[in-house]
Design a protein around this ligand. Structure first.
Ligand SMILES: [Zn+2]
Length: 106
């Protein structure tokens, strides 16, 4: 028993390693392509890894504020890290879902 801890019922229970950010009102839900997407704002101090933005296919370096978005009925594996500008312009920036509307092939 540690005298420094204030929790009386801390037996075997450890707080989640990254407990910040979940309940800070940084998440919102947006509709895109007929699905509900959860969009979470990531502050620069919370960005500690390199991520690849699916909008521009460039890396998001650590320390860069960005957003994480995933389909609400998807899984954790579906989470994608985006530059904020790319997420806001996602209809124009998605390179993975190219429909080539204005370039028909014959
Ligand atoms: Zn990007």
């Amino acid at each position: 028993m540690s005298p420094r801890r204030n929790r009386p019922s801390g037996a075997g229970k450890t707080p989640p390693p990254r407990g910040t950010g979940d309940r800070h009102g940084l998440e919102r839900t947006e509709n895109w392509q007929g699905e509900s997407w959860v969009v979470r704002q990531i502050s620069g101090s919370a960005a500690t890894k390199y991520y690849r933005c699916p909008g521009c296919d460039h890396e998001i370096p650590p320390g860069s504020p960005h957003v994480v978005a995933w389909a609400q009925d998807g899984t954790v594996d579906d989470r994608r890290h985006w530059h904020r500008a790319c997420w806001n312009a996602r209809d124009r920036r998605t390179t993975r879902v190219q429909r080539s509307r204005n370039a028909p092939r014959y």
